[in-house]
Design a protein. Sequence first.
Length: 251
Amino acid sequence: MKCANFEDMAPVQWIEFLFGECAYTPRDVISFLLGYCSIVCWLFAQFPQLIQNYKNGSAESLSLMFISNWLLGDLCNLVGGIMTKQLPFQIYLAVYFCFIDFSLFCQTVYYNYWLHQDSEETQPLLANSYLIFALATLAFPTDSLQVLTDPTEDTTYAIGRVFAWICAGLYFSSRIPQIYWNYKRQSVEGLSIFMFGFAVLGNITYAGSILIKSLDATFLMGALPYLIGTAGTLTFDCIIFGQYVLYESRK
C-alpha cells in the first residue's frame, strides 16, 4: 500500500515499508506501536491455559460458557471490524483471537465432555456451537458478505455496527460465567493467572492505541463498542484477580 502525503506530512517510511500502514504524526506512531504491543500480548494470552490444561489432563477450571462467549465475541469482533473498516491491527488481532479461542474451546470440550462426559453445560454448549458455526460462516468469506450487504456501503457499515455492539455485549459479560464457576468451586486451581494477566495488558494497549490515534468524536463513536467491551473485560478481570488472592490465601 502506497501512502500519500497528508497535509504536507510524509508518512513514516519504516512503518510503510515493513507493515504497509500509514503513520504521519507521533500520535500515529505511538498508536501503531501500542496496537502491535497488544497483538504480542494476545499472541501469548491463551497459551499458558492451554499448557496448564494439557499438564493437568483436564480443563475443569474453565467455564465452557466463558470460553464460548469469548469465542462468539471475537467472531462478532471480526465481522464488525471488517464491515466497519477498523484499523488494520484490529482486524489482524481479531483473526488471531478467533483461532486461539477456537483452540481453547476445542481443548475444553475434549477434556470436559469427550473424556469425562460432564453434562452440566451440555445444552449451552450445543446452543453456542450453533451460534459459533453461524458466525464463522459470516466472518471468513468476506467477499460473499460484502455482496450480500450491498447495495450501499452504508448498509454494510450499519450491519457491521450491529455485530460490533453484539461483540461488546459478549465481551462485557464473558467473564461472568468464569467468576461464578470460580465461586462455585471456591477455587482457582488449574486456572492460569498468566492468561488473565496477558489479557489485561492486551486490553490496555488495545484501548490505548485507539484513544491515542484520535480523539475525534466521529472516530471514537466508530470505536465505542470495542472500547466498552475492553472496559468491561478489564473490570471483570480485576474481580478474577481478587478471587485468586482470596482463594489462594485459604490454602
